[in-house]
Design a protein around this ligand. Structure first.
Ligand SMILES: [Zn+2]
Ligand SMILES: [Zn+2]
Length: 392
């Protein structure tokens, strides 16, 4: 079964919508224009209900099948994310971001439009029985928008039995899909380490307590957590990504701040990493006569675990759509994180990667979502609905 005809015919305006969103990227919880555009379109499609302002800028569109609303057992939820990243776009494309320093470098503009494409198609055909909730979430990148929507009663207000989400994947050909049952993406969070020493004249370091030397030693030692303290059977990453120190060439700074991210698949491992981090920071600081403080657990995202049955179902749907060879069902786990994981903790769920072709990598200033992927993504979502909630 190829891409749905009506979706193939819609490819032109779906591309226009996607490029319009790309021109107007908005950061997490600031997706005011984006959510307004989405709500207007859902209403224009004839949706039964559209509820805005869930998790600040998130919204849910409600669409009933041809025989009216379904109960929880006959309802599913589809999800797209809407936020952009604080990156200065360098694509030079005609539809490049018109907001300096903000860009859709993760393809959430494409995710939003793929879901809109399915919404438009299904609102017209209503070839399903029950209810589909179209969840457009804010702040996936680091604001935990999924969690915010859940905390505002998402699943009480829109009871459903399963949830499906999609992310584009550079390097995977357009028209291809990839996923796997079980752990797919890592848990992540962010940490900040503050090291305090004694600032002073760079010409007299013996009278100071040098925070830069101490901080450098801490960065080196933190590398031994994954390589020397956690067993290799437990995938994990500790990356220091920021090192802020000093303002002048002749001053040893009083305070240094390090920050970064921790990735793992297991709550116990996650705790063990922080125990090691605390130990390293306090003891290396002691060796340098400085003091250190670890502030961890910011913006914790759980691991994304795909439900086995829902993954089997998604693979079947994708294979019917794209062909056997275009669908991989054993995608290797990745240390990326996704806040779709919050939904997957609450409902049987499956997260699927869709090919973005030979594009720049995600979060790169030259990345762009591939509009050729949209009909595939929209058709996939539409077929999920038609198969999960069949007309009997
Ligand atoms: Zn991203
Ligand atoms: Zn993303």
């Amino acid at each position: 079964m190829p891409v749905a005809n009506s979706i193939a015919a819609a490819a032109g305006h779906l591309t226009e919508w996607r490029q319009d969103l790309h021109r107007h990227p908005e950061l997490g919880y600031e997706e005011h224009r984006t959510s307004k555009v989405v709500a207007e379109k859902l209403r224009a499609f004839g949706f039964d209900d559209v509820q805005e302002g869930i998790g600040k800028t998130g919204l849910v569109g409600v669409l009933h099948g041809r025989n009216g609303p379904g109960d929880e057992a006959h309802s599913i939820m589809l999800r797209a994310d809407m936020d952009a990243l604080p990156i200065l776009e360098e694509t030079g494309l005609p539809h490049a971001s018109e907001t300096a320093g903000v860009m859709h470098a993760c393809g959430h503009d494409g995710h939003t439009v793929m879901l809109l494409g399915a919404a438009e198609h299904l609102a017209e055909t209503r070839a399903f029985e029950g209810t589909v909730y179209f969840c457009f979430q804010p702040a996936e990148e680091n604001g935990g928008g999924a969690d915010a929507m859940i905390k505002e009663g998402l699943f009480e207000r829109f009871p459903c039995r399963a949830m499906y989400g999609m992310h584009n994947l550079p390097g995977l050909p357009v028209g291809h899909f990839a996923t796997a049952p079980g752990p797919l993406l890592a848990a992540c969070d962010e940490f900040e380490i503050t090291i305090t020493g004694l600032g002073g004249h760079a010409a007299e370091p013996h009278d100071c307590r040098d925070t830069i030397v101490c901080g450098s030693a801490i960065v080196q030692s933190l590398q031994t957590i994954a390589s020397r303290r956690i067993a290799p059977r437990h995938p994990c990453v500790v990356s220091v990504t920021q090192f802020h120190a000093g303002d002048a060439n002749n001053v040893i700074p009083q305070v240094v701040k390090l920050s970064g991210t921790v990735r793992s698949f297991d709550e116990e491992i996650h705790k063990a990493i922080y125990t090691e981090m605390e130990r390293i920071v306090s003891q290396v600081c002691a060796a340098h006569d400085c003091t250190g403080e670890v502030d961890g657990g910011h913006v914790y995202y759980p691991p994304t675990i795909n439900d086995a049955a829902e993954t089997k179902f998604c693979v079947e749907v994708a294979r019917e759509l794209a062909g056997e060879a275009a669908v991989q069902d054993d995608l290797r786990i990745s240390m990326w994180a996704e806040d779709f994981s919050f939904f997957a903790l609450k409902k049987p769920a499956c997260f699927v990667m869709i090919g973005n072709g030979d594009s720049a990598l995600l979060h790169h200033a030259k990345y762009d979502f591939n509009d050729g992927a949209t009909p595939w993504g929209s058709s996939f979502f539409a077929r999920i609905v038609e198969k999960a909630l069949p007309v009997v």
